[in-house]
Ligand binder design. Structure first.
Ligand SMILES: Cc1cc2nc3c(=O)[nH]c(=O)nc-3n(C[C@H](O)[C@H](O)[C@H](O)COP(=O)(O)OP(=O)(O)OC[C@H]3O[C@@H](n4cnc5c(N)ncnc54)[C@H](O)[C@@H]3O)c2cc1C
Length: 391
């Protein structure tokens, strides 16, 4: 990249940040706080961010999106969280859409992508996790049996977020029993499920209340019919398709954590400057300021790995190690910043009106989902360092 194009890129990113901030400024802390209290979905926010084209950042221009890279997509999600909002309400559209884009047929892409781009269809649900198999994805039990031009699907999923607020769902199922495949990663397939048609016709969605407002659900699937034309890519190759989307997911979640971290640091700093105890600002005490400074340092360091991973991704280079490491570093840094912000606020950190407890709960998720910290460490140990596989 020439120095002029680097400058143009920096300027473009700054403008992009500003335009996301403009939308987010219409949704103040009180908006998110009220939704949190009711465990309600941020419908107006998601509509507005979609209407402004931000969720279509990764969709190529020929399908009505803006054809941007993961770097820009990550900036969008970072700014949502940086504003005090929660991109978890809509982030999945960015990374699940990649499965359709990379592996869908020309007909599927022409049918769905323009509508996803203009917001008339939401692809916000991603059905992988199951109650009995957890992180051991290849052992999942949901089975789709082909009968003529349909798949008949039976099984159960858990923690499937936004299923009640989405039109479409990417569903990972087994199409060949595990005993009949050479490698356990074979025989899994990806189906695109039309949720509006499926609900009441084999699909039951039950909300699953969690610590934070995340619109997650359990899915009960009984003889659900999915047309064969909704198979994405080749039957039996679905695990690879899902893995293909994982690097994007890791980088985008890392960026959300960076946004959270910056929000926590700003709130902690402001409070430490304003709060007077023992006749001086609490931030004058090194015991208060050092943890905030350290959390800031760690957020900035994690951000470097996030941009390194995003740059590799956008240049089509291998980035699995960097994507995984950026997710781990950013999730750890945002969790550290969350603890620091809570501690700095003393008792008021626990009061809902300060929003720290809400964001604290939200950022805690990223130690566990979409991939837990242990599994990232296992990846690095095995694939980067060459240590024996531990599971
Ligand atoms: C709010 C929320 C939203 C979610 N949204 C979605 C969604 O939209 N779609 C979806 O498919 N899933 C979703 N998930 C599921 C999420 O991806 C899983 O919870 C996560 O991958 C961990 O799986 P598990 O809960 O089954 O934990 P388990 O696999 O049971 O693991 C439990 C603990 O053991 C550890 N562990 C397990 N095996 C090993 C090992 N070999 N080595 C070291 N440690 C190990 C894990 O790190 C974890 O801490 C969501 C989860 C939550 C909480």
């Amino acid at each position: 990249m020439t120095s002029t194009s680097v400058k143009e890129n920096v300027q473009f990113h700054e403008e992009l940040r500003q335009s996301v901030r403009n939308v987010c400024s219409q949704f103040p802390d009180s908006y998110w706080r009220e939704l949190d209290a009711k465990l309600a979905y941020p419908e107006e926010f998601v509509n507005e961010i979609t209407r402004n084209g931000f969720l279509a950042a990764l969709i190529p221009e020929e399908y009505g999106g803006s054809g941007l890279g993961i770097t820009e997509a990550s900036i969008i999600l970072e700014e949502i969280n940086r504003s005090g909002g929660n991109a978890g309400a809509c982030h999945a559209q960015m990374y699940t859409m990649g499965t359709l884009l990379r592996h869908g047929s020309a007909e599927q892409k022409a049918k769905y992508l323009p509508k996803i781009a203009d917001g008339s269809l939401r692809l916000q649900a991603f059905g992988v996790t199951e109650p009995n198999t957890g992180t051991d994805t290849t052992k999942l039990k949901t089975f789709a049996e082909r009968k003529g031009d349909k798949y008949i699907v039976n099984g159960q999923k858990v923690f499937i977020s936004r299923a009640e607020h989405s039109d479409l769902m990417i569903l990972l199922v087994r199409t060949t029993p595990i005993e009949q495949v050479k490698k356990k990663t074979e025989g899994l397939s990806v189906l695109l499920v039309d949720l509006k048609e499926a609900i009441g016709n084999g699909l039951t969605i039950r909300p699953l209340r969690t610590m934070m407002n995340h619109a997650t659900t359990e899915l009960f699937i009984e003889d659900l019919e999915v047309p064969v034309e909704n198979l994405i890519g080749e039957e039996g190759k679905g695990f690879k398709y899902i893995l293909d989307g994982m690097n994007a997911e890791r980088i985008l979640i890392a960026a959300e954590c960076i946004g959270d971290g910056r929000w926590f640091i700003e709130r902690a700093t402001n409070y430490a400057n304003e709060r007077i105890v023992f006749s001086r600002q609490i931030g004058q005490n090194q015991g208060v300021q050092f943890p905030i400074a350290r959390a800031h340092v760690n957020i900035e360091a994690a951000d470097l790995m996030r941009f390194k991973a995003a740059e590799l991704f956008d240049s089509g280079e291998k980035c699995a190690a960097e994507a995984n490491m950026s997710k781990l570093l950013a999730a750890d840094a945002s969790w550290e910043a969350a603890n620091v912000a809570l501690q700095t606020h003393g008792g008021f950190g626990f009061a809902e009106e300060y929003d720290v407890e809400r964001k604290f709960k939200e950022t805690r998720l990223y130690q566990v989902a979409p991939i837990s910290t242990n599994l990232i460490l296992s990846y690095v140990a095995e694939h980067v360092l060459g240590l024996p596989r531990s599971y």
